[in-house]
Design a protein around this ligand. Structure first.
Ligand code: G6P
Length: 446
């Protein structure tokens, strides 16, 4: 095991990193990190230097003895780490922008993690994450991998199926949901408990308690016809009151894409005309952020970072590391192997559920809710899409990819699936070597 408490952040040059640093500073007493390695690749070198310098200033201001190392040498960084986090974007924002535009061209949702956009991102990302995992297996087999890289649920599933790494998939939505409910009910977030069931970006808050008293139906009543529980990257279109009551639980913000498909696509097409895709918007926010980060007098996380959908993700990350480190046995909502918990899904898939966190990692809690058919049906079909996507990404399996896209409720057509898949392969050649087996330059799609 490690001698010093070492944490590695792969994708350390991300504009989100100051948020993570703020989390480490806040929880230093409980989680006295000694070595922090921020790792990036050559194209991200400049960003790494800028973000790394800000991280050092933040830590200096807090007067904490954390050694910050900036490096392009991933293997050196991983050696003897206790925790490795990944927050990478293969192909960077340009690739995200293409992922969002391809489905839109066919009148379908163009989104970073959901639908065909998420499929493309998974194909590019999974091979790189598996490579990182092979380094972890060799150089730091006891390390926990906390994966934030999107699509987080699918990536986590690929890691649990194809490596021995102890991995936990993380998202900011569970914490964000608790925060929104706390705001709605006008109580401190520490008083709110929720049960969340589902898979990443497709889950339902099945129960809500405030100081132990169940208030699920009150929250549903407030949400009926209302706006409010969403993240910065998803339009806040209000829920239909009768519909939300019929769901009987609180859908996560991404479920708007399924339950209000037409309205959401219409909104996306309108936004596209005026401001481009979300990636184009994010590019502007990033430019603004990096300008601020370069200021040698800045030594705290700028408020502008809250314009990003992933705001507060460090809460999830640092809370999780702290609980593992201190064997806390508290409850957190993370992505883990199903192992029979959600009985309508296979054992070896990833699910996002309440877990008890101790020094061994997460152990899922038995569900307090039986899933009704409308939840079960959607969950099963999107999970089947995810399983097929993992196979396509790992093996360069065209047939699995075509089936994945075809059955996805936001594609739902073999003809469109084929066109979209062909476009994805065309536009991502340098990032999808697993499909280069065939002499045909589209990996076998005509
Ligand atoms: C949400 C999701 C994250 C995602 C983020 C995108 O919060 O939970 O998984 O990364 O939004 O935000 P962005 O600002 O990049 O559009």
């Amino acid at each position: 095991m490690t001698t010093k408490l070492k944490v590695v952040v792969i994708g350390g040059g991300s504009s989100y990193t100051p948020e993570l640093i703020e989390g480490f500073i806040k929880r230093y007493e409980e989680f006295p990190i000694e070595e922090l390695y921020l790792v990036d690749i050559e194209p991200g070198h400049e960003k790494l230097e800028t973000v790394g310098a800000l991280a050092k200033r933040m830590i200096e201001k807090a007067n904490l003895p954390i050694d910050v190392h900036l490096t392009l040498d991933r293997r050196e960084a991983i050696k003897n780490a206790a925790f490795v986090t990944t927050q990478i974007r293969v192909g960077m924002l340009d690739a995200r922008s293409r992922d969002e535009k391809i489905p839109l061209k066919y009148g379908l949702l163009g989104q970073e993690t959901t639908g065909a956009g998420g499929f493309a991102k998974a194909l590019r990302t999974i091979p790189v994450i598996l490579d990182i995992c092979h380094d972890i297996e060799e150089l730091s087999p006891h390390a926990f991998l906390l994966n934030f890289t999107n699509p987080a649920g699918i990536v986590t599933e690929a890691v649990t199926k194809y490596t021995k790494v102890k991995t936990i998939g993380l998202c900011n939505l569970p914490i964000g949901t608790k925060m929104s409910i706390a705001k709605m009910m006008d109580v401190d977030v520490s008083k709110v408990d929720i049960e969340m069931v589902g898979i990443n970006h497709l889950n339902w808050t099945t129960k809500v308690w405030i100081e132990g008293k169940e208030i699920t139906s009150e929250v549903l009543d407030i949400m009926s016809g209302a706006k409010g529980v969403t993240v910065k990257n998803i339009p806040d279109i209000e829920w239909d009151p009768e519909f939300i009551q019929s769901v009987g639980m609180i859908p996560c913000s991404y479920l708007r894409y399924y339950y209000m498909k037409d309205k959401m696509i219409e909104k996306q097409l309108q936004d596209f005309e005026t401001k481009g895709t979300r990636a184009d918007e994010v590019r502007k926010v990033e430019e603004e952020l990096f300008k601020l980060y370069k200021n040698p007098n800045l030594n705290s996380k700028p408020i502008q970072l809250e314009k990003r959908g992933g705001a507060y993700y460090s809460e999830a990350a640092v809370q999780l590391m702290t609980s593992i480190y201190n064997n806390k046995k508290d409850i957190q909502i993370v992505n883990v192997k199903n192992n029979g918990l959600i009985s309508c899904l296979p054992d070896d898939v990833s699910v996002e559920v309440n877990c008890v966190i101790d020094s061994e990692g997460p152990t899922p809690l038995q569900l307090k809710t039986t899933l009704p058919p409308h939840i079960r049906g959607l969950l099963q079909i999107v999970k089947a899409y995810e399983e097929l996507t993992v196979e396509a990404a790992v093996h360069g399996d065209i047939q699995a990819g075509l089936q994945a896209l075809t059955i996805h409720p936001l594609v739902g057509s073999a003809e469109l699936a084929k066109k979209i898949f062909k476009d994805i392969l065309d536009k991502n050649k340098e990032y999808l070597p697993q499909f280069n087996k065939s002499n045909d330059n589209n990996g076998g799609i005509k």
